[in-house]
Design a protein around this ligand. Structure first.
Ligand code: EPZ
Length: 418
């Protein structure tokens, strides 16, 4: 049980290098299993979710092997099993991408139904609807989603709601369907585009990823590919917010600045200076912060995965700030933890009203999920005195070398293992 101990009110300065995108990695690893061949994935983040997923694909007979800390070789030639058990899916929810990947390759897949999570119910009905539209018989038996098809046939699928997971899962299966599939109202997140790019490197024919309409022409088989994963938009955003909360001056490197537009716009509105370069952004916070309102939306809107970190920043932004969470039904569970640090926040349904205070004060808090954990770090960096953050395992799922990266920027942060 690791804890992070943070002594706050240190101004962050220097440079931080952003790792590969978690949410691209967890889709691309299952995608690699679709080829009867070897793929090499570069710029993988060294995080728990990647380790868990490697374990899961090894269990079905794929062979994953790290060539170095960030480069993974996946050999899909010996996949024997089409089942991912609850034990696996519990560890890493994105194991559900094996449904689309295995259904595409073998026309059969059995993956345990993922449960809810710390921010409410997380249905996968749109994924299953998509598989059915492609011609698969799909049902849930003993907690396992079972999908079988004699053949998959391309079709037109309109998504009732924009869903990253359903878009990717349907795209995976449709790559190896007969004929053309059109996904309308598709998710446009950078990791959807990255997964489509990887599949195209493997020989798929996907057009329009990154727009509302994705067109996939099925191919007979995919081959192995060498691919470099995009930088993590959310890790980058977390460090940008951390720079802002400490009145810092930080160069966030190895990013795609375009992915940061919605956050950069908000920080500029708050009077933070943003200098954009080709593959980096400098964040300079040398003026008092102005309060703002935020509404989370699917990309290119403000990402829900930066909502908790932003709430921590707005906690010390004098005036009234309002956050509206439009993606998840219950993503304010971490607010009680922020209150322990002195934040003044009222929540009503999907709306949080934050009255910025002069100063937070250190306390013992818990990371209730990955991004909630990141929010605790942001708040702890701003707080006077010492904050102890428990349940760091959630943070380790998605942030590589978190305490080392923050310490290199001048934060007083250390990990203790109990
Ligand atoms: C992805 O989850 C991310 N995870 C999440 O990041 C992120 O919060 C979310 O997209 C939204 O951006 C990964 O990419 C691995 P959705 P996903 O399907 O795909 C509803 C993090 O912290 N919905 O886009 O599961 C759903 O309830 C994680 O890194 C259905 O109703 O999210 C939600 O309200 C947490 N039926 C909305 O759509 C479905 O079948 C968006 O969910 C699927 C989703």
């Amino acid at each position: 049980m690791d804890k992070l101990i943070v002594t706050g009110q240190r101004r962050l300065q220097g440079e931080v290098i952003i790792s590969g995108a978690k949410n691209a990695a967890v889709a691309i690893i299952p995608a690699a299993v679709m080829a009867n061949d070897i793929s090499v994935i570069e710029n993988l983040p060294c995080i728990e979710d990647v380790s868990s997923l490697c374990h899961t694909i090894n269990k079905i007979g794929a062979k994953s092997e790290f060539l170095d800390r960030h480069t993974l070789q996946i050999d899909g030639r010996n996949v024997k099993n089409i089942c991912a058990t609850y034990e696996e899916v519990k560890k890493i929810r994105a194991s559900y991408y094996l449904l689309g990947a295995l259904l595409g390759r073998y026309k059969k897949a059995e993956v345990a139904l993922p449960g809810g999570c710390n921010f409410g119910t997380r249905p996968i009905d749109l994924h299953l609807k998509g598989f059915r539209a492609l011609g698969a018989e799909v049902y849930v038996e003993n907690g396992i989603v079972k999908a079988y098809a004699d053949k998959l046939v391309g079709t037109s699928i309109y998504m009732d709601q924009v869903s990253v997971g359903a878009t990717i899962n349907i795209m995976l299966a449709a790559c190896l369907a007969e004929g053309k599939t059109v996904i309308e109202n598709a998710a446009k997140e950078p990791h959807v585009v990255d997964t489509a790019n990887f599949l195209n490197f493997m020989g798929a024919n996907i057009k329009g990823a990154g727009t509302d309409i994705i067109r996939i022409t099925g191919v007979e088989k995919l081959h192995g590919a060498r691919y470099t994963i995009i930088p993590d938009q959310i890790e980058a955003g977390t460090y940008m917010i951390a720079a802002a909360v400490t009145g810092g001056n930080v160069l966030v490197k190895n990013i795609i600045p375009k992915h940061m537009d919605s956050l950069a716009a908000k920080l500029i509105e708050m009077d933070v200076t943003i200098e954009e370069m080709d593959d980096a952004i400098r964040v300079i916070a040398d003026k008092p912060l102005k309060c703002v309102n935020i509404k989370t939306m699917s990309y290119p809107g403000f990402p829900t995965d930066l909502q908790p970190q932003m709430a921590a920043l707005l906690s010390v932004c004098k005036g009234t700030n309002i956050i509206t969470e439009n993606v998840w039904e219950n993503r304010f569970q971490y607010i009680d933890e922020l209150r322990r640090l002195g934040a003044q926040i009222e929540v009503d349904g999907r709306v949080a009203v934050i009255q910025g205070v002069d100063c937070l004060t250190g306390a013992q808090v818990m990371a209730t999920d990955l991004r909630a954990g990141a929010a605790m770090i942001i708040a702890a960096l701003a707080a006077k005195g010492e904050t102890t953050i428990g349940d760091v395992k959630y943070i380790d799922r998605g942030y590589e070398d978190v305490e080392k990266k923050f310490a290199a920027l001048g934060a007083d942060m250390k990990r203790v293992t109990l």
